[in-house]
Design a protein around this ligand. Structure first.
Ligand code: ADP
Ligand code: MG
Length: 323
């Protein structure tokens, strides 16, 4: 393992074994790594396997799902092999996660202050008084001007954007080395979205946290990530720097995603630039998983499943056009 690598995912397969004997291959052999302090985006349409990737890293896959193969090496340790108890220590301490809908992650019956203090007392072993002081500091840091009062409030008393700020405070409370943010702003108004993403960027810089930023929005990628992985049908189909992805996209799927971005001049989103939908993960087409929707499809694409290959240094593509 390279000394620099914080997280290394190798050959990860997460399958769901359904009642009718079908197997849903939600994540089907992915490899990537994240360096300390780096922001890596994982993009793709709904159903491509982004959330299952993040839940697999966190070891939060439940029946009928299972990590079938592969490893998730974090700080030199394979998380797949840890016991539930060991993993509980890693979660919320070394690795924190924020979700699309903070209401599902926040406990409605405890105050915001209690929820931040709980993590601080459990993972950082602070006393109650120290934890409360730190909770107020953290809330101020994420933009609660009257944090002394916010600690006494309940999640339902906050707006969606403020709840997400509170989630970020909880996530950062233990000074995690990796923050996984799964569509953190999708449920918010557009104006609030940018504020939350800017806040994440600010916190990430302050704490030097690496971020795995999951989004279906390439606009977000352009603004906030260093590197980007495009996911389709449970696999990575393109992996490169953000700059290269926008200046020289290679995979026809990536090109389609870029074409569906709203442009400033037109101000209209060209919806459905890519025809069709993501195939269900229990019945991928033979050959390339994008072949049914690809404008550049060749005979070979329907027969042979392409490998992810480097087209140039640091630009990998899973497409027969580049072999
Ligand atoms: P994304 O986050 O990219 O929208 P997900 O990672 O949530 O996609 O899901 C990827 C695929 O895994 C989907 O095709 C979905 O049907 C399948 N999947 C997710 N959760 C389950 C589950 N509990 N049981 C069966 N299939 C699932
Ligand atoms: Mg998802």
């Amino acid at each position: 393992m390279m000394q620099d690598t914080l997280l290394k995912v190798e050959g990860l397969k997460t399958y769901f074994y359904l009642d009718d004997k079908k197997i849903s291959k939600a994540v089907d052999g992915i490899n990537f790594s994240i360096n300390p302090g780096e922001t890596v985006a994982l993009v793709g349409e709904s159903g491509s396997g982004k959330s299952i990737t993040s839940l697999s890293i966190m070891q939060l896959i439940n029946k009928p799902g299972k990590i079938k193969e592969g490893s998730v090496t974090f700080n030199g340790e394979d998380l797949v092999k840890l016991s539930d108890k060991q993993m509980a220590k890693v979660r919320g301490n070394d690795i924190a996660m924020i979700f699309q809908e903070p209401m599902t992650a926040l406990n409605p019956v405890f105050t915001i202050g209690n929820q931040i203090m709980e993590t601080l007392m459990k993972h950082k072993k602070l006393s109650k008084i120290q934890a409360q002081k730190r909770a107020i500091e953290l809330l101020k840091m994420v933009g609660f001007p009257r944090a002394e009062e916010t600690v006494k409030e309940y999640p339902h008393q906050l707006s969606g954007g403020m709840r997400q700020r509170a989630m970020i405070a909880i996530a950062m409370s233990c000074d995690p080395k990796l923050l996984i943010a799964d569509e953190p702003t999708t449920a918010l108004d557009v104006t609030i979205q940018a504020q939350i993403l800017d806040l994440m960027k600010e916190m990430k810089e302050k704490f030097n946290t690496a971020v795995l930023l999951i989004t279906h929005d390439l606009g977000v990628v352009a603004e906030y990530a260093d590197r980007v992985m495009v996911m389709y049908g449970g696999q990575i189909v393109e992996d490169t720097t953000v700059e290269r992805l926008f200046t020289n996209p290679k995979h026809p799927y990536t090109i389609g995603l870029l074409e569906s971005l709203p442009s400033i001049e037109k101000e209209v989103r060209r919806l459905g630039a890519i025809k069709g939908t993501v195939p269900p993960s229990h019945s991928f087409p033979t050959g390339c998983r994008f072949s049914d929707r690809c404008p550049k499809v060749m005979d070979k694409c329907r027969e042979i499943h392409p490998e992810l290959i480097p087209t140039e240094t640091g630009h990998d593509v899973r497409c027969h056009l580049y072999e």
